[in-house]
Design a protein around this ligand. Sequence first.
Ligand code: PLP
Length: 396
Amino acid sequence: MRDDLNSYLMQNYRRQDFCPSRGKGCWLYDREKNKYLDGLSGIAVNTLGHSHKKLVKAISGQARNLIHVSNLYEIQSQEQLAKRLARLTGLDKAFFCNSGLEANEAALKIARKFGLEQGIKKPKIIVFENAFHGRSFATMSASSGKKNKSMFGDAISGFIRVPINDLKAIQSVEAKYSNIAAVMLEPIQGEGGINISKNIVLKQIRKLCTSNNWLLIFDEVQCGVGRTGKWFAFQKAGIKPDILTLAKGLGSGVPIGALLVKKPYAKILGPGDHGSTFGGNPLAMQAGLTTLEVIDEEKLLKNAKDRGEQILKSLRSELKGYPDILSVRGIGLMIGIEFKTDCSKISKLALENGLLINVTNSNVIRILPPLIITDKEVEMLISKLITSIKTFLKNE
Ligand SMILES: Cc1ncc(COP(=O)(O)O)c(C=O)c1O
């Protein structure tokens, strides 16, 4: 890997010494043709694995026909994908962009404007500890993590932070403030360490939002689009947010972001209030439509659920009795193993064993394989991972 002196790239990523040159299914290959099992999917992106035939055909066909036209013109595939997402989510209208932070930025703009339209002078948004919503100024301010924020000067104000699964904390905010416009949360926190919101708490938050006229925004950028074994994580709690943001897995590798909203709030952003040059381009729309089609055709929701249970069961039995491991948790193919202390070194050890995973929040191994992973591949994943964990624990 090139060091700073020999690279034209800015050094803003901590990269592993690995250069994949080809991918097929759940596997990546380097230039020496070594094979690696992808247990991370480009951080929850490659829903259909690598080089899925149907996706390749759809996007190459689209590229031959039309890649980009401006949002100044009608793009029929936007209507198709919006309709499909509306049917799946039970929400009504869509806005398309290119990434998770952009979808969240749009959600935050809607929340603030909604508050102002209610006559709230300085609308505030309730957010959560360990949340991650992106790296723009607004989404970074909505996210947890003091270190990143302070190095860029003043954050955007207007966020009130509470712990997850702590209804009392939200109730005390409710009692103290009269200028809340929205609550924004990840039903399962990804970057924060696979922290799962309890269904019962989500239901209570829904009730609080409805009774106070606060918008409920779910950021499903990482946990949405089938990863949990349901189309969307909110469906597990049997409630519906007012706004839902998606990205990562929706395009199976082609950049895309989406915001879905209930009809009454769709008019908050009118012509010229918000937009994106690339958002909703025909290539991305084709990737989104094909991803959803294949999830259906190949019954990937069921596979995510079954393979997820297989991973959890194996990990829990293999890792029982290790005092350094605090918890093995997850839903579907979004799984975390929490260590007592920093376990970042495990990603490198796993790579040496031909497995891609990562460590988030410094002490949680994160497993996010493609939704197409088979039971045999899960067995290989477990074997490689357990070997890496044991080596790590022996060397500590
Ligand atoms: C829950 C969540 N929201 C937002 C983002 C930001 O997405 P992007 O990197 O596409 O801007 C991420 C990225 O990890 C995420 O996990």
